[in-house]
Design a binder for this molecule. Structure first.
Ligand SMILES: [Zn+2]
Length: 192
């Protein structure tokens, strides 16, 4: 499926810097290189670590492009590169901000579907109605839910909990993030 313009910043920050690549590099340096804990060179995907990984990767987008910086970069650099009208960047950013509030609907739908309380068609209808996505994207989300199951909460809830934790700590947000990504912090630690 084609991707939208907002995915460019998302993917760069989420997968690269300061997201997954940095987390994996810091885990390797801290635990494998410095302590010799070879088991930490293996990354168990279906594990509590992934809540930190996906949450911090999503928070990394806001960390790297705080406030208006993201829409400014998109309007001035990415829209012209993509041949899109930069005048539409503000409205797109506002829409994305509003749609972020709908993300948690997916957890309820995923939970109902995976527990057998609703069937596949109902899940697809609900994803379209409550997440405001077209049928083809709803199908894509549902196949992700079928494959990854409860992993889906790692992105939105993970980001919210990582963000709340980092911003409640004293000190520079980049430094606090680096500490988090160099640690064995688990989801339960974030709620303390
Ligand atoms: Zn990810």
């Amino acid at each position: 499926m084609p991707i939208y313009i907002d995915r460019a910043v998302d993917l760069g920050c989420h997968e690269g810097y300061p997201g997954h690549h940095v987390y994996n590099a810091l885990l390797e340096r801290t635990f494998v290189d410095e302590k010799g804990w070879m088991e930490m060179s293996v990354y168990p995907l279906y594990s509590p670590m992934s809540f930190i990984a996906e949450g911090s990767a999503n928070y990394g987008i806001d960390l790297a492009f705080p406030g208006e910086e993201r829409v400014r970069f998109e309007r001035e650099v990415l829209y012209p590169l993509a041949g899109l009208d930069p005048a539409t960047a503000e409205a797109q950013a506002e829409l994305l901000g509003l749609m972020r509030g709908l993300q948690r609907a997916e957890y309820t739908i995923a939970s109902d579907y995976l527990a057998g309380r609703i069937d596949r068609d109902t899940a697809l209808d609900q994803l379209q109605a409550y997440s405001l996505v077209a049928r083809d994207r709803a199908e894509q989300r549902l196949s992700f839910i079928e494959r990854y199951r409860s992993y889906v909460i790692n992105y939105g809830l993970g980001r919210d909990m990582v963000q709340a934790w980092i911003e409640s700590q004293l000190g520079d947000r980049w430094e606090v993030t680096e500490q988090l990504l160099s640690s064995q912090t688990l989801p339960t630690d974030l709620s303390r």
